[in-house]
Design a protein around this ligand. Structure first.
Ligand code: SAH
Length: 208
């Protein structure tokens, strides 16, 4: 791991987290090291610098804040939960101390109303466990408004994701495997933290 990726991970680990994650919104944050790994990869791949980026379902902002730190021209943070947005704003305030150009806009709305054309979309959307097709709404917006997309999904839905990508004229160029901790809400379970397999796909429009 190189120094800047490590520093990014350390900075991200200082961000404030969801105080009371909401089950209905499937608030499963991307862990700092995972965000640092994916975003550093995006940076090295020239997907970030001087690009206009949207972080859909931004939550507390870990993905979009990484993009700002690594030189994105502008980041749109879209999130529908006002409590998450409060924390997101506190996290964005931390950037002011480190002289990062902070060109961003917060959109408090449902993903269904997103309509800004951007270069790059970052999203760790609801996995569709609580609300079926929640992840499909995010993917639909991503393929419509982005040319390059980094999108996280439960590994067990990979067939759906890969078919969706192809059907919409995109191809997957990279895939990352992670294990996300999910806090266990079932009192009878012995282990407090369960991990689920999550993949992150980098996809791009075929005729780009
Ligand atoms: N991107 C953050 C948060 C991931 S959790 C991270 O990687 O850490 C998913 C986020 O999507 C939550 O903050 C949740 O409130 C938000 N969300 C869920 N459904 C949404 C919808 N329909 N429109 C907009 N945001 C939504």
């Amino acid at each position: 791991m190189n120094m800047r990726q490590k520093q990014l991970g350390i900075f991200l680990s200082k961000l404030k987290q969801f105080k009371d994650p909401k089950a209905w919104a499937e608030q499963h944050p991307t862990e700092p090291d995972i965000a640092a790994e994916v975003l550093w990869f995006a940076y090295m791949n020239r997907d970030l610098e001087d690009k206009v980026v949207a972080d859909l379902g931004a939550g507390t902002g870990v993905l979009g804040i990484s993009a700002l730190l690594l030189g994105a021209k502008k980041v749109y943070f879209l999130e529908k939960d006002p409590d998450a947005i409060k924390i997101l704003k506190e996290n964005l305030d931390l950037l002011e101390n480190i002289e990062t150009p902070t060109h961003y806009e917060i959109i408090q709305a449902d993903v269904l109303s997103f309509d800004v054309k951007v270069d790059l979309i970052l999203e760790n959307p609801p996995f569709g466990t609580k609300e079926t097709h929640a992840d499909r709404d995010f993917l639909e917006k991503a393929v419509r408004y982005g040319d390059i997309i980094y999108t996280f999904h439960k590994q067990e839905t990979s067939e759906f994701v890969e078919k969706f990508i192809i059907k919409h004229g995109f191809k997957a160029t990279h895939h990352f495997d992670f294990a996300f901790p999910l806090k266990n809400t079932m009192p009878h379970h012995k282990k407090r933290i369960q991990r689920i397999k999550v993949g992150c796909w980098r996809i791009q429009r075929i005729n780009l």
